[in-house]
Write a protein that binds this ligand. Structure first.
Ligand SMILES: Nc1ncnc2c1ncn2[C@@H]1O[C@H](COP(=O)(O)OP(=O)(O)OP(=O)(O)O)[C@@H](O)[C@H]1O
Ligand SMILES: [Mg+2]
Length: 257
């Protein structure tokens, strides 16, 4: 059995004339934590939207968990075992915190034919346990998401990934809106995933965080992957050189080929 959990081949997304993502060949090994870095507009979130069913790629292949996938919506990807914290958070504004965590996978107490009774107590307890891991203070989890700060929303989304085991976790700039303490807690959640052997794709502009948490760094520039760097073989300055285009890896020199 191959221990590649995710592979993309020639993954491409055009929005009309905008080539947001071109020919991305990406692999992720079981248990591996990979950072995706790149300037604003480099195509990082576009890549994530293609592999999580938010959008349908223009072309290319997605192989996840040993099979080619054609996710048509985010629930398909989630059902397959991909848990994602999106940059623009995919939370339901009008629902409270437990309802957001359990959206689509409610705990059922009784199932009486078409009628089911949900176990609100169990969901609330699991929610509190998940939130505790993020250290964020949410005065009342029964408030709807609409009334929460950006950081509180982010932590609800992260608590969701910490509550449910998944085959792959993707976080798109999870700590961009967080304070110092909350960031440290989220980084601890990432370390816990690593210890549990669960693979992760982390999009981040924070070099210190990436160097602390990830095994490998993949750099995107103008919609293309331009570097694939093992952490031991690189440093912050080197990564920045690829991000800005000052440096090119020979295998990613598109002009030369
Ligand atoms: N729905 C869309 N329609 C048209 N263009 C889009 C759309 N979504 C993204 N783009 C464009 O695609 C490019 C890549 O955007 P993307 O959001 O993937 O960047 P990013 O690397 O995630 O940047 P950031 O670090 O700012 O989050 C940008 O030029 C952006 O303007
Ligand atoms: Mg983005």
């Amino acid at each position: 059995m191959s221990d590649i959990i995710l592979e993309t081949q020639g993954l491409t997304k055009h929005y009309g004339g905008v080539h947001a993502l071109t020919d991305a060949n990406f692999t992720l090994q079981a248990g591996e934590h990979v950072a995706i870095m790149g300037d604003n507009g480099a195509g990082k979130s576009t890549f994530v939207r293609q592999i999580t069913g938010v959008e349908i790629p223009t072309r290319g292949k997605i192989i996840f968990d040993g099979a080619e996938q054609h996710f048509e919506n985010p629930m398909d990807a989630r059902d397959a075992g991909i848990e994602t914290v999106f940059q623009t958070l995919a939370l339901a504004d009008d629902l409270n915190v437990p309802d957001n965590l359990f959206l689509g996978r409610e705990i059922v107490k009784f199932n009486l034919g078409p009628f089911s009774i949900l176990d609100y107590k169990a969901m609330r307890e699991a929610t509190m346990a998940g939130l505790e891991k993020t250290a964020v203070k949410i005065p009342n989890v029964n408030n709807t998401i609409r009334n929460m700060s950006g950081g509180q929303r982010q932590c609800v989304a992260i608590a969701r990934t910490a509550t449910f085991h998944s085959k792959l976790t993707i976080m798109d700039e999870p700590t961009a809106a967080l304070g110092v303490q909350e960031t440290a807690q989220v980084e601890n959640i990432v370390r816990t995933l690593k210890e549990a052997g669960e693979p992760l794709i982390l999009i981040s502009h924070n070099m210190r965080q990436v160097m602390d948490l990830c095994d490998r760094i993949v750099v995107f520039r103008r919609g293309r992957i331009v570097a694939n760097l093992r952490k031991e073989e690189t440093d912050g300055q080197d990564v920045v050189a690829y991000i800005t285009g000052a440096k090119t890896q020979p295998e990613y020199d598109y002009e030369a080929s």
